[in-house]
Design a protein around this ligand. Structure first.
Ligand SMILES: [Mg+2]
Length: 196
């Protein structure tokens, strides 16, 4: 069986500017892409990675926002990403409150859903987020983790920390390039050995 690799992206604070005062993005009018995000998504969309958004949206369970309003935001977001040369393969969202489910990050339920929907090898996948809860969800399934931000606890806990999605995408690309060149070197070495 062939497994797919994935990049799991948190939404608020990674793709778009967070709502002020720990609030919620409740309409497309309030949604603002962070600088460089559309270009970074276009870049990573050229790769073979599946690209998923995994986002906690507790505003739904709190009655602050309807599920339809969230879907409307996501439809607009996907259109904008596509118009800029990028793709998102699926958006997983958790509408629940605390302790109501197995999908609200830091729990890894959304990663598990993607694994079964798309045959994903989680150990070969990446989680990118701006909160320690994103990193904890990734670590719970042995994903490689990239933290975007400056919180010292999250920086220490994650595998890598960077300042933006663009930097995260560049990091994943450079690690993959160095991996593939070391694999090539390994193959060349083996050929040499076989020749001898
Ligand atoms: Mg976030």
């Amino acid at each position: 069986m062939i497994f797919n690799k994935a990049i799991f992206l948190d939404r608020d604070g990674v793709i778009n500017k967070k709502a002020p005062d720990k609030g919620y993005i409740t309409s497309w009018d309030n949604f603002q892409f962070l600088p460089g995000v559309l270009k970074a998504l276009a870049k990573i969309s050229q790769s073979s990675y599946k690209i998923f958004i995994v986002t906690n949206q507790r505003g739904i369970s709190r009655g602050i926002m309807s599920e339809d309003a969230l879907k409307n935001i996501h439809n607009n977001m996907i259109t904008e990403i596509r118009n800029n040369g990028g793709r998102i393969d699926e958006i997983y969202y958790c509408p629940h409150g605390n302790n109501e489910c197995t999908c609200r990050k830091p729990l890894p339920g959304m990663l598990d859903n993607a694994k079964s929907d798309y045959n994903i090898s989680l150990e070969e996948s990446w989680v990118v987020g701006d909160s320690i809860t994103d990193i904890k969800a990734g670590k719970a399934r042995e994903c490689k983790t990239i933290y975007i931000g400056e919180d010292s606890e999250a920086m220490a806990f994650s595998d890598y920390s960077v300042d933006s999605l663009d930097s995260a995408v560049n990091l994943i690309s450079s690690i993959n390039l160095s991996l593939s060149s070391s694999t090539e070197r390994f193959i060349k070495k083996r050929r040499l050995i076989i020749k001898c």
